[in-house]
Design a protein around this ligand. Structure first.
Ligand SMILES: [Zn+2]
Length: 445
Protein backbone atom coordinates (compact mmCIF):
# COMPACT_ATOMS: atom_id res chain seq x y z
CA UNK A 1 0.00 0.00 0.00
CA UNK A 2 1.23 3.44 -0.83
CA UNK A 3 1.92 5.84 1.97
CA UNK A 4 -0.73 8.09 0.54
CA UNK A 5 -3.58 5.63 0.67
CA UNK A 6 -2.90 4.58 4.23
CA UNK A 7 -2.93 8.15 5.58
CA UNK A 8 -5.69 9.46 3.36
CA UNK A 9 -8.19 6.90 2.12
CA UNK A 10 -8.84 7.00 -1.62
CA UNK A 11 -12.15 8.39 -2.73
CA UNK A 12 -14.61 5.53 -2.58
CA UNK A 13 -12.89 3.75 0.32
CA UNK A 14 -14.64 6.08 2.74
CA UNK A 15 -18.19 6.94 1.62
CA UNK A 16 -18.91 10.23 -0.16
CA UNK A 17 -20.27 13.09 1.97
CA UNK A 18 -23.85 12.60 0.80
CA UNK A 19 -23.68 8.91 1.62
CA UNK A 20 -22.23 9.24 5.10
CA UNK A 21 -23.86 12.41 6.45
CA UNK A 22 -26.95 10.59 7.77
CA UNK A 23 -24.91 7.98 9.63
CA UNK A 24 -22.61 10.62 11.10
CA UNK A 25 -25.63 12.57 12.32
CA UNK A 26 -27.20 9.43 13.86
CA UNK A 27 -23.96 8.44 15.60
CA UNK A 28 -23.67 11.94 17.11
CA UNK A 29 -27.27 11.91 18.37
CA UNK A 30 -26.64 8.56 20.07
CA UNK A 31 -23.86 10.17 22.13
CA UNK A 32 -25.81 11.86 24.94
CA UNK A 33 -24.34 15.35 25.45
CA UNK A 34 -27.20 16.84 27.48
CA UNK A 35 -26.24 20.18 28.95
CA UNK A 36 -28.22 21.03 32.09
CA UNK A 37 -26.30 24.24 32.59
CA UNK A 38 -25.07 23.20 36.06
CA UNK A 39 -22.29 20.82 35.04
CA UNK A 40 -24.38 17.75 35.93
CA UNK A 41 -24.55 16.39 32.37
CA UNK A 42 -22.30 13.75 30.81
CA UNK A 43 -20.14 16.41 29.15
CA UNK A 44 -18.91 16.53 25.57
CA UNK A 45 -15.71 14.46 25.87
CA UNK A 46 -17.09 11.36 24.17
CA UNK A 47 -18.54 13.39 21.30
CA UNK A 48 -15.28 15.34 20.96
CA UNK A 49 -13.27 12.11 20.69
CA UNK A 50 -15.72 10.75 18.13
CA UNK A 51 -15.50 13.95 16.05
CA UNK A 52 -11.70 14.03 16.32
CA UNK A 53 -11.49 10.42 15.13
CA UNK A 54 -13.60 11.22 12.04
CA UNK A 55 -11.29 14.12 11.20
CA UNK A 56 -8.09 12.19 11.94
CA UNK A 57 -9.29 9.32 9.76
CA UNK A 58 -8.85 11.46 6.65
CA UNK A 59 -5.44 12.70 7.78
CA UNK A 60 -6.23 15.89 9.70
CA UNK A 61 -4.52 16.74 12.96
CA UNK A 62 -6.92 17.73 15.71
CA UNK A 63 -6.60 19.25 19.14
CA UNK A 64 -9.04 18.47 21.93
CA UNK A 65 -9.20 21.28 24.47
CA UNK A 66 -10.80 20.58 27.83
CA UNK A 67 -11.96 23.60 29.83
CA UNK A 68 -13.04 21.43 32.79
CA UNK A 69 -13.17 17.66 33.25
CA UNK A 70 -15.26 16.23 30.40
CA UNK A 71 -16.01 19.61 28.82
CA UNK A 72 -14.13 19.10 25.57
CA UNK A 73 -14.02 21.06 22.31
CA UNK A 74 -12.20 19.99 19.12
CA UNK A 75 -10.37 22.19 16.62
CA UNK A 76 -8.53 21.45 13.40
CA UNK A 77 -7.09 23.65 10.67
CA UNK A 78 -7.03 22.91 6.96
CA UNK A 79 -4.44 24.80 4.95
CA UNK A 80 -5.91 26.82 2.11
CA UNK A 81 -4.55 27.53 -1.35
CA UNK A 82 -3.86 31.18 -0.54
CA UNK A 83 -2.09 31.54 2.81
CA UNK A 84 -2.38 35.32 2.59
CA UNK A 85 -6.15 35.24 2.80
CA UNK A 86 -7.68 35.39 6.29
CA UNK A 87 -9.05 32.11 7.62
CA UNK A 88 -12.72 31.10 7.74
CA UNK A 89 -14.08 29.41 10.88
CA UNK A 90 -16.67 26.67 10.36
CA UNK A 91 -18.09 25.72 13.73
CA UNK A 92 -20.71 23.73 15.53
CA UNK A 93 -21.54 22.80 19.11
CA UNK A 94 -21.74 19.21 20.28
CA UNK A 95 -23.90 19.72 23.38
CA UNK A 96 -27.69 19.59 23.34
CA UNK A 97 -30.44 20.73 25.68
CA UNK A 98 -31.86 17.90 27.82
CA UNK A 99 -34.85 15.89 26.56
CA UNK A 100 -37.66 14.34 28.64
CA UNK A 101 -38.09 10.95 26.97
CA UNK A 102 -41.73 10.58 28.10
CA UNK A 103 -42.72 13.64 26.06
CA UNK A 104 -41.32 12.18 22.83
CA UNK A 105 -42.80 9.84 20.24
CA UNK A 106 -39.41 8.08 20.03
CA UNK A 107 -36.36 7.62 22.24
CA UNK A 108 -34.62 11.03 21.92
CA UNK A 109 -31.16 9.43 21.93
CA UNK A 110 -31.82 6.45 19.63
CA UNK A 111 -31.54 8.42 16.36
CA UNK A 112 -34.28 6.39 14.71
CA UNK A 113 -35.10 6.92 11.06
CA UNK A 114 -38.83 7.23 10.46
CA UNK A 115 -40.92 9.06 7.84
CA UNK A 116 -37.75 10.04 5.97
CA UNK A 117 -36.28 11.87 8.97
CA UNK A 118 -33.64 11.28 11.62
CA UNK A 119 -35.33 11.77 14.99
CA UNK A 120 -33.57 12.76 18.18
CA UNK A 121 -32.30 15.48 20.46
CA UNK A 122 -29.89 17.57 18.42
CA UNK A 123 -31.34 16.60 15.02
CA UNK A 124 -31.82 20.32 14.29
CA UNK A 125 -29.78 21.92 17.10
CA UNK A 126 -27.22 21.13 15.93
CA UNK A 127 -25.90 17.65 15.25
CA UNK A 128 -27.37 17.99 11.75
CA UNK A 129 -24.94 20.77 10.89
CA UNK A 130 -22.13 19.05 12.84
CA UNK A 131 -22.61 16.04 10.57
CA UNK A 132 -22.80 18.21 7.46
CA UNK A 133 -19.55 19.95 8.41
CA UNK A 134 -17.82 16.64 9.15
CA UNK A 135 -19.01 14.96 5.95
CA UNK A 136 -18.13 17.98 3.76
CA UNK A 137 -14.72 18.46 5.31
CA UNK A 138 -13.89 14.75 5.09
CA UNK A 139 -14.83 14.74 1.41
CA UNK A 140 -12.91 17.94 0.77
CA UNK A 141 -9.75 16.54 2.35
CA UNK A 142 -10.12 13.20 0.57
CA UNK A 143 -10.47 14.98 -2.77
CA UNK A 144 -7.00 16.47 -2.14
CA UNK A 145 -8.28 19.85 -3.30
CA UNK A 146 -7.28 22.74 -1.12
CA UNK A 147 -9.99 25.16 -0.02
CA UNK A 148 -9.30 28.71 -1.28
CA UNK A 149 -8.36 29.87 2.23
CA UNK A 150 -7.44 28.32 5.57
CA UNK A 151 -10.40 26.69 7.30
CA UNK A 152 -10.57 26.47 11.07
CA UNK A 153 -13.05 23.71 11.86
CA UNK A 154 -14.26 23.79 15.46
CA UNK A 155 -16.77 21.80 17.52
CA UNK A 156 -17.50 23.55 20.79
CA UNK A 157 -18.79 22.37 24.14
CA UNK A 158 -21.39 24.21 26.24
CA UNK A 159 -23.13 26.42 23.67
CA UNK A 160 -26.49 25.69 25.26
CA UNK A 161 -25.37 27.27 28.53
CA UNK A 162 -23.71 30.32 26.99
CA UNK A 163 -20.40 28.75 25.96
CA UNK A 164 -18.49 29.38 29.21
CA UNK A 165 -16.87 25.92 28.92
CA UNK A 166 -16.68 26.00 25.12
CA UNK A 167 -16.37 28.91 22.68
CA UNK A 168 -15.98 31.50 25.45
CA UNK A 169 -13.18 29.47 27.02
CA UNK A 170 -11.33 28.95 23.75
CA UNK A 171 -11.60 32.62 22.77
CA UNK A 172 -10.20 33.64 26.17
CA UNK A 173 -7.53 30.93 26.58
CA UNK A 174 -6.68 29.67 23.10
CA UNK A 175 -7.09 32.57 20.66
CA UNK A 176 -4.07 31.11 18.79
CA UNK A 177 -6.38 28.44 17.38
CA UNK A 178 -8.27 31.16 15.47
CA UNK A 179 -5.18 33.05 14.34
CA UNK A 180 -5.86 35.10 11.22
CA UNK A 181 -9.58 34.27 11.07
CA UNK A 182 -12.00 37.05 10.15
CA UNK A 183 -15.25 35.28 9.33
CA UNK A 184 -17.29 32.34 10.58
CA UNK A 185 -20.33 30.29 9.67
CA UNK A 186 -22.46 28.16 11.96
CA UNK A 187 -26.02 27.39 13.05
CA UNK A 188 -29.53 28.91 12.89
CA UNK A 189 -29.47 30.19 9.34
CA UNK A 190 -29.43 28.83 5.82
CA UNK A 191 -32.63 26.78 6.31
CA UNK A 192 -35.54 27.21 3.93
CA UNK A 193 -39.04 28.43 4.57
CA UNK A 194 -41.81 28.53 2.02
CA UNK A 195 -43.34 31.91 1.32
CA UNK A 196 -46.22 32.11 -1.13
CA UNK A 197 -45.15 28.80 -2.62
CA UNK A 198 -41.56 29.89 -3.17
CA UNK A 199 -38.62 28.56 -1.20
CA UNK A 200 -36.66 31.24 0.61
CA UNK A 201 -33.48 30.55 2.55
CA UNK A 202 -32.92 32.67 5.64
CA UNK A 203 -29.31 33.63 6.07
CA UNK A 204 -28.56 34.87 9.55
CA UNK A 205 -26.56 38.12 9.49
CA UNK A 206 -27.54 39.58 12.88
CA UNK A 207 -28.21 38.51 16.45
CA UNK A 208 -30.06 40.37 19.15
CA UNK A 209 -28.12 41.15 22.31
CA UNK A 210 -28.94 39.87 25.76
CA UNK A 211 -29.27 41.63 29.09
CA UNK A 212 -30.22 39.56 32.11
CA UNK A 213 -31.28 42.02 34.77
CA UNK A 214 -32.18 41.75 38.45
CA UNK A 215 -34.64 44.22 39.92
CA UNK A 216 -34.17 44.74 43.66
CA UNK A 217 -36.91 46.65 45.46
CA UNK A 218 -36.26 48.09 48.89
CA UNK A 219 -38.76 49.00 51.60
CA UNK A 220 -39.48 49.01 55.32
CA UNK A 221 -39.48 45.59 56.98
CA UNK A 222 -42.13 44.94 59.58
CA UNK A 223 -45.12 42.99 60.93
CA UNK A 224 -47.64 41.74 58.37
CA UNK A 225 -50.52 43.14 60.50
CA UNK A 226 -49.33 46.75 60.31
CA UNK A 227 -50.11 49.54 57.84
CA UNK A 228 -47.04 49.65 55.54
CA UNK A 229 -46.90 52.10 52.64
CA UNK A 230 -43.26 51.21 51.99
CA UNK A 231 -43.66 47.50 51.19
CA UNK A 232 -40.82 46.06 49.09
CA UNK A 233 -42.98 43.24 47.68
CA UNK A 234 -45.66 45.67 46.50
CA UNK A 235 -43.02 47.95 45.00
CA UNK A 236 -41.33 45.05 43.22
CA UNK A 237 -44.59 43.74 41.79
CA UNK A 238 -45.52 47.15 40.41
CA UNK A 239 -42.08 47.48 38.82
CA UNK A 240 -42.19 43.95 37.37
CA UNK A 241 -45.66 44.56 35.95
CA UNK A 242 -44.53 47.77 34.24
CA UNK A 243 -41.39 46.18 32.79
CA UNK A 244 -43.18 43.02 31.69
CA UNK A 245 -46.10 44.81 30.06
CA UNK A 246 -44.08 47.55 28.40
CA UNK A 247 -45.16 47.91 24.76
CA UNK A 248 -41.72 48.19 23.16
CA UNK A 249 -42.07 50.15 19.93
CA UNK A 250 -41.21 48.64 16.56
CA UNK A 251 -37.54 49.20 15.83
CA UNK A 252 -36.75 47.94 12.33
CA UNK A 253 -33.02 47.55 11.65
CA UNK A 254 -31.66 47.53 8.09
CA UNK A 255 -31.31 43.71 8.29
CA UNK A 256 -34.94 43.25 9.31
CA UNK A 257 -36.06 45.85 6.77
CA UNK A 258 -34.34 43.99 3.97
CA UNK A 259 -35.91 40.73 5.17
CA UNK A 260 -39.38 42.34 5.14
CA UNK A 261 -38.70 43.89 1.71
CA UNK A 262 -37.74 40.46 0.37
CA UNK A 263 -40.94 38.91 1.73
CA UNK A 264 -43.01 41.72 0.23
CA UNK A 265 -41.34 41.17 -3.11
CA UNK A 266 -42.14 37.45 -3.03
CA UNK A 267 -45.75 37.92 -1.95
CA UNK A 268 -46.41 41.10 -3.92
CA UNK A 269 -48.25 42.58 -0.93
CA UNK A 270 -47.12 44.86 1.89
CA UNK A 271 -46.29 43.10 5.15
CA UNK A 272 -47.43 45.06 8.21
CA UNK A 273 -44.61 44.40 10.66
CA UNK A 274 -46.68 45.44 13.69
CA UNK A 275 -49.36 42.84 13.01
CA UNK A 276 -48.23 39.46 14.39
CA UNK A 277 -51.19 37.69 12.75
CA UNK A 278 -50.18 39.03 9.34
CA UNK A 279 -46.62 37.80 9.90
CA UNK A 280 -47.87 34.32 10.80
CA UNK A 281 -50.21 34.28 7.80
CA UNK A 282 -47.31 34.92 5.42
CA UNK A 283 -44.41 33.28 7.23
CA UNK A 284 -46.09 30.33 8.93
CA UNK A 285 -43.99 28.83 11.72
CA UNK A 286 -41.02 30.98 10.69
CA UNK A 287 -42.90 33.96 12.17
CA UNK A 288 -41.66 32.70 15.54
CA UNK A 289 -38.10 33.40 14.39
CA UNK A 290 -38.94 36.84 13.08
CA UNK A 291 -41.55 38.31 15.44
CA UNK A 292 -39.09 38.84 18.30
CA UNK A 293 -36.58 40.66 16.08
CA UNK A 294 -38.83 43.66 15.44
CA UNK A 295 -38.41 45.20 18.88
CA UNK A 296 -36.67 44.93 22.24
CA UNK A 297 -38.23 42.51 24.71
CA UNK A 298 -38.27 42.38 28.53
CA UNK A 299 -39.74 39.26 30.13
CA UNK A 300 -39.83 38.80 33.93
CA UNK A 301 -38.87 35.19 34.60
CA UNK A 302 -38.30 34.73 38.35
CA UNK A 303 -39.48 36.30 41.64
CA UNK A 304 -37.78 36.09 45.02
CA UNK A 305 -39.16 37.64 48.20
CA UNK A 306 -40.13 36.96 51.77
CA UNK A 307 -39.60 34.18 54.27
CA UNK A 308 -42.69 34.14 56.51
CA UNK A 309 -46.40 34.72 55.91
CA UNK A 310 -46.68 37.51 58.51
CA UNK A 311 -43.32 39.20 57.97
CA UNK A 312 -42.90 42.05 55.46
CA UNK A 313 -39.37 41.66 54.05
CA UNK A 314 -37.04 44.63 53.64
CA UNK A 315 -36.28 43.79 50.04
CA UNK A 316 -37.60 41.74 47.15
CA UNK A 317 -36.08 40.87 43.81
CA UNK A 318 -36.97 39.63 40.34
CA UNK A 319 -35.07 38.44 37.30
CA UNK A 320 -35.90 39.84 33.88
CA UNK A 321 -34.70 38.41 30.56
CA UNK A 322 -34.19 41.33 28.19
CA UNK A 323 -33.13 41.10 24.54
CA UNK A 324 -32.15 44.18 22.64
CA UNK A 325 -32.14 45.10 18.97
CA UNK A 326 -28.54 45.56 17.71
CA UNK A 327 -27.30 48.93 18.92
CA UNK A 328 -30.07 49.46 21.51
CA UNK A 329 -28.46 48.20 24.70
CA UNK A 330 -28.20 51.60 26.39
CA UNK A 331 -31.70 52.54 25.35
CA UNK A 332 -33.17 49.33 26.73
CA UNK A 333 -31.36 49.67 30.04
CA UNK A 334 -32.41 53.32 30.45
CA UNK A 335 -36.04 52.42 29.73
CA UNK A 336 -36.07 49.54 32.22
CA UNK A 337 -34.55 51.80 34.91
CA UNK A 338 -37.25 54.37 34.29
CA UNK A 339 -40.00 51.74 34.36
CA UNK A 340 -38.62 50.21 37.55
CA UNK A 341 -38.97 53.56 39.27
CA UNK A 342 -37.59 54.91 42.56
CA UNK A 343 -36.64 52.46 45.30
CA UNK A 344 -35.87 49.71 42.79
CA UNK A 345 -32.26 49.00 41.81
CA UNK A 346 -31.56 47.54 38.37
CA UNK A 347 -28.50 45.29 38.32
CA UNK A 348 -26.94 43.60 35.31
CA UNK A 349 -26.45 39.88 35.97
CA UNK A 350 -25.21 38.91 32.52
CA UNK A 351 -24.89 40.57 29.15
CA UNK A 352 -24.01 39.39 25.65
CA UNK A 353 -23.36 41.58 22.65
CA UNK A 354 -25.63 42.00 19.66
CA UNK A 355 -24.26 41.37 16.17
CA UNK A 356 -25.21 42.94 12.88
CA UNK A 357 -23.37 42.70 9.59
CA UNK A 358 -24.43 43.76 6.09
CA UNK A 359 -26.00 41.26 3.69
CA UNK A 360 -23.26 41.79 1.13
CA UNK A 361 -19.65 40.97 0.37
CA UNK A 362 -17.73 38.00 -1.03
CA UNK A 363 -18.65 35.54 1.72
CA UNK A 364 -22.37 36.33 1.46
CA UNK A 365 -22.08 35.94 -2.32
CA UNK A 366 -20.49 32.51 -1.81
CA UNK A 367 -23.34 31.41 0.50
CA UNK A 368 -26.03 32.71 -1.86
CA UNK A 369 -24.24 31.23 -4.88
CA UNK A 370 -24.00 27.77 -3.29
CA UNK A 371 -27.72 27.79 -2.39
CA UNK A 372 -28.78 29.01 -5.84
CA UNK A 373 -26.64 26.38 -7.55
CA UNK A 374 -28.33 23.57 -5.60
CA UNK A 375 -31.85 25.05 -5.57
CA UNK A 376 -32.24 27.18 -8.71
CA UNK A 377 -34.86 29.91 -8.45
CA UNK A 378 -34.82 30.09 -4.67
CA UNK A 379 -34.76 33.38 -2.78
CA UNK A 380 -32.14 34.12 -0.12
CA UNK A 381 -33.00 36.69 2.57
CA UNK A 382 -31.03 38.04 5.52
CA UNK A 383 -32.56 37.81 8.97
CA UNK A 384 -31.82 38.65 12.59
CA UNK A 385 -31.79 35.88 15.21
CA UNK A 386 -33.66 36.70 18.42
CA UNK A 387 -31.39 34.39 20.43
CA UNK A 388 -27.63 33.99 20.47
CA UNK A 389 -24.93 31.63 19.18
CA UNK A 390 -21.22 31.06 19.73
CA UNK A 391 -20.65 33.76 17.10
CA UNK A 392 -21.04 36.26 19.96
CA UNK A 393 -17.89 34.87 21.64
CA UNK A 394 -15.96 34.71 18.36
CA UNK A 395 -16.83 38.37 17.69
CA UNK A 396 -14.39 39.27 20.50
CA UNK A 397 -11.60 38.08 18.20
CA UNK A 398 -12.86 40.34 15.41
CA UNK A 399 -14.55 37.43 13.65
CA UNK A 400 -17.77 38.23 11.78
CA UNK A 401 -20.20 35.33 12.15
CA UNK A 402 -23.10 34.19 9.99
CA UNK A 403 -25.78 31.57 10.48
CA UNK A 404 -25.41 29.23 7.52
CA UNK A 405 -26.46 25.64 8.09
CA UNK A 406 -28.13 24.99 4.74
CA UNK A 407 -31.23 22.78 4.81
CA UNK A 408 -33.92 22.46 2.15
CA UNK A 409 -37.03 21.74 4.17
CA UNK A 410 -40.57 20.66 3.29
CA UNK A 411 -43.03 23.57 3.54
CA UNK A 412 -45.14 21.90 6.23
CA UNK A 413 -42.30 21.18 8.68
CA UNK A 414 -42.41 23.40 11.81
CA UNK A 415 -38.66 23.89 11.88
CA UNK A 416 -38.61 26.87 14.27
CA UNK A 417 -40.69 24.90 16.77
CA UNK A 418 -38.20 22.04 16.90
CA UNK A 419 -35.30 23.99 18.39
CA UNK A 420 -35.23 22.70 21.97
CA UNK A 421 -38.69 21.21 21.26
CA UNK A 422 -40.00 17.63 21.37
CA UNK A 423 -39.83 15.20 18.44
CA UNK A 424 -36.88 17.08 16.97
CA UNK A 425 -36.16 15.64 13.52
CA UNK A 426 -34.40 16.48 10.30
CA UNK A 427 -35.25 15.10 6.86
CA UNK A 428 -32.59 12.82 5.34
CA UNK A 429 -32.93 14.74 2.06
CA UNK A 430 -32.24 18.01 3.87
CA UNK A 431 -28.98 16.62 5.27
CA UNK A 432 -27.87 15.45 1.83
CA UNK A 433 -28.82 18.78 0.31
CA UNK A 434 -26.90 20.53 3.09
CA UNK A 435 -23.63 18.74 2.40
CA UNK A 436 -23.88 19.53 -1.31
CA UNK A 437 -24.33 23.23 -0.54
CA UNK A 438 -21.69 23.28 2.17
CA UNK A 439 -19.18 21.47 0.00
CA UNK A 440 -19.71 24.02 -2.81
CA UNK A 441 -19.45 26.85 -0.32
CA UNK A 442 -16.20 25.60 1.24
CA UNK A 443 -14.65 25.38 -2.20
CA UNK A 444 -15.64 28.93 -3.16
CA UNK A 445 -15.60 30.87 0.13
ZN1 LIG B 1 -27.59 25.49 18.80
Amino acid sequence: MSEQSSAVPEHGVVPAAEDEVVDICRDLIRIDTSNYGDGSGPGERKAAEHVAALLEEVGLTTEIVESAPGRASVVTRITGADPDRPALVVHGHTDVVPARAEDWRVDPFAAEVEDGCVWGRGAVDMKDMDAMILASVRELVRSRRKPPRDLVVAFFADEEAGGTYGARYLVDHRPDLFEGATEAVSEVGGFSTTINGRRAYLLQTAEKGLLWLRLVAHGRAGHGSQVNTDNAVTRLCEAVARVGAHPWPLDITPTVRSFLDGVEEITGTPLPADDPDALVAVLGSTAAFVGATLRNTSNPTLLEAGYKHNVIPGSASALVDCRFIPGREEQLLATVRELAGPGVDVETVHRAVSLDTPFSGALVDAMVGALEAEDPGCAVLPYCLSGGTDNKSLSDLGITGYGFAPLRLPAELDFAGMFHGVDERVPLDALRFGVRVLRRFLETA
